[in-house]
Design a protein around this ligand. Structure first.
Ligand code: G6P
Length: 607
């Protein structure tokens, strides 16, 4: 989703800002812009609809027209449209009426209509349709000449979420920033300071990052960073070290980040499992004690990972469990209390729907445990305890390795809920339906599945990529894998795909099956496989083209991918691997923007 970059120092700002925007590109966006304080004392601002490349072209054009964007302080933004179309006028930065304030903003100002109406009633004219512009206009309206003081007046007027980067005409060389419910990070070097909404844009400059907290504001000038609490008192910030296994975005010879990240799964899962005993602290174990209900919470793939957890915990530990879509959770008015364990799953740790559901659950006194990939992210900080997945930086919008690592933690927690905490913490195998000894085989098994599925999935994609519709079937835990496979296919190849519990197809969707419709089944749980097979036959009888991912060699479907033998409850970790590859190849054959699918964002920071 939207991305912020800022720089003040001794270097030319524009190349640093463009570099930062490129590092943030993966989050998803549809326009971009930047503003730089020039040596002549003005603030130049350039914006473009579409890709960052269009913005780069405009910078070149400006240089040819002898208005080069030179200066060593500036802010930049990639916008994912919410209020107003993705046009140049709506792209950030936005300026106040006389150009006193120039700002970039991530988040949504929920009371912007009322604010805009009252500003317009005072005769202030707006240039864009965005909610962001009201902030620039309010800053100018309340300007006292002291930006920090002005912010103390304006920020309380804003409802919703914001991460702000601000240039003030009368303070060239300075960047001001503020945050509420939207991440903002600062990196410092000897003679420069960098601002970004995502560590990916800062790794190049520093491995130590300052994280602004809700309500804090900061002033950056050269290598100097001053942070203040909402009431203006100075705050001493302790830098957070970025984990060494996290590297800056690099395709390492792969055509797409997604393909690279698919291959990184064995290592990512190995690293995550190795870290589990150390992360399963007494405080975390305490959260698991005597729980009456477990709720897994997430969005998109994180929700599907939660669905896997729901099957494991209910069946394995005999504790009532459910997986809930974070965006629906509050409206459910769920019956949760201090004996409910909420397991909050999020790669980014910043998904607004998930964060808002987490805060709601905390009000109801639920115990909260995060499974999060980004260290120090808001969800990680706000949960009672957190277990980090060690996937490293995931760049492709469609998650692969982060999802695989989420599953590995969920297996460990399910094992812990049904077994002996202390033994598990020491890495000693325990019994139950999910055994630690099974879990520790996963990295090798995933590697084996990657090898087995590379060529077959290319072949399947050749047959499937022109299809308009595609259906995924599975029962029980295999249904969770089918859902994830279907999401992968639709989000990156734009083929309409849906997943169904296999038994449900005959109650409606089978009417859509016709000659050649691809039906992809996941059959890994022996208890339900015979019934899924019958459902597949029902489709074949109506002309469907059957594909099957299974660990059962007796299944005779022509297009079959046989998985290595393992505990069927852990097979979801394996069956999603070929489905990722299938989606990847279909998208490649259809010429889609695999790493940055249209309209999608990696980190969805609006509800
Ligand atoms: C977006 C992404 C999905 C992701 C979901 C949850 O919708 O496109 O791939 O699963 O957000 O993201 P999170 O960072 O909370 O795991």
């Amino acid at each position: 989703m939207c991305g912020i970059m800022g720089y003040t120092g001794v270097e030319e700002a524009a190349p640093v800002l463009m570099d930062g925007l490129e590092a943030l590109e993966y989050r998803g966006y549809d326009s971009a812009g930047l503003a730089v304080c020039t040596e002549g004392g003005s603030i130049i601002h350039i914006r473009a609809a579409g890709r960052i490349m269009n913005l780069a072209d405009k910078l070149i054009q400006a240089a040819h027209e002898e208005v080069p964007v030179t200066g060593s302080c500036g802010i930049a933004h990639t916008r994912w449209a919410t209020h107003g179309a993705p046009t140049e006028e709506n792209a950030h930065p936005h300026r106040s009426a006389t150009g006193l304030y120039t700002i970039v903003h991530n988040g949504i100002i929920e009371n912007y209509e009322a604010l805009r109406d009252s500003l317009e009633a005072e005769g202030i004219e707006f240039e864009s349709e965005t909610d962001t512009e009201v902030i620039a206009q309010l800053l100018e309206k309340h300007d006292t000449g002291d930006v920090l003081e002005t912010l103390r007046t304006v920020l309380p007027l804003l409802e919703g979420s914001y991460a702000l980067g601000i240039l003030y005409y009368n303070a060239p060389g300075k960047i001001y920033c503020a945050r509420k419910s939207s991440p903002l990070l600062i990196a410092k070097t000897k003679d420069g300071a960098y601002l970004a909404s995502d560590a990916a844009a800062l790794l190049k400059y520093s491995r130590e990052i300052l994280r602004l907290e809700d309500g804090e504001v900061a002033e950056l000038e050269g290598g100097k960073v001053s942070v203040y609490a909402a009431d203006g008192t100075p705050v001493r910030k302790v830098p957070i070290a970025v984990a060494s296994h996290i590297s800056a975005a690099d395709k390492s010879g792969y055509t797409h980040f997604m393909r690279k990240e698919i291959d990184e799964q064995p290592e990512a899962v190995r690293r995550t499992l190795a870290s589990f005993p150390g992360q399963f602290t007494p405080q975390t174990q305490q959260l698991l004690k005597d729980v009456r209900r477990v709720v897994f919470l997430g969005c998109g793939s994180a929700y599907y990972a939660g669905l896997v957890g729901r099957y494991l915990v209910e069946e394995g530990a005999g504790i009532p469990a459910s997986a809930e879509l974070a965006s629906e959770f509050k409206a459910l008015n769920p019956a949760i209390d201090d004996r409910t364990l909420l397991i909050v799953i999020s790669q980014s740790g910043e998904t607004a729907d998930t964060l808002s559901a987490l805060r709601f659950a905390k009000q109801k006194r639920a115990r909260t445990l995060g499974i999060v990939n980004v260290e120090g992210s808001t969800i990680a900080q706000e949960c009672d305890a957190v277990i980090y997945t060690k996937a490293g930086l995931e760049v492709a919008v469609a998650t692969t390795k982060a999802y695989a690592t989420q599953l590995s933690i969920i297996y460990c927690l399910a094992a812990a809920l049904q077994g002996d905490y202390i033994l598990i913490r020491k890495g000693v195998p325990v019994g139950g339906i999910v055994k630690q000894s099974d879990i520790h085989r996963l990295p090798d098994l995933i590697g084996e599945v990657l090898r087995r599925s590379a060529q077959p999935m290319f072949e399947w994609a050749r047959a499937i990529h022109r299809a308009e519709h595609c259906y995924f079937l599975g029962r029980n835990i295999d249904y969770a894998a089918a859902l994830e496979g279907s999401l992968k296919l639709k989000e990156i190849s734009y083929i309409h795909a849906e997943a169904y519990p296999a038994g449900e197809l005959k109650h409606g969707t089978i009417s859509l099956v016709e000659e050649g419709t691809p039906i992809i089944s996941v059959c890994c749980r022996p208890e339900v496989t015979p019934k899924t097979r019958s459902n597949m036959e029902e489709c074949a009888a109506r002309g469907a083209a059957l594909y099957c991912i299974t660990n059962d060699n007796s299944i005779t479907v022509k297009n079959k991918l046989l998985l290595p033998r393992c505990n069927p409850l852990l097979a979801v970790s394996l069956s999603t691997i070929p489905l990722q590859l299938l989606a990847y190849h279909c998208a490649e054959m259809r010429g889609c923007a695999i790493d940055k699918p249209r309209n999608l964002a990696k980190s969805v920071t609006v509800e």
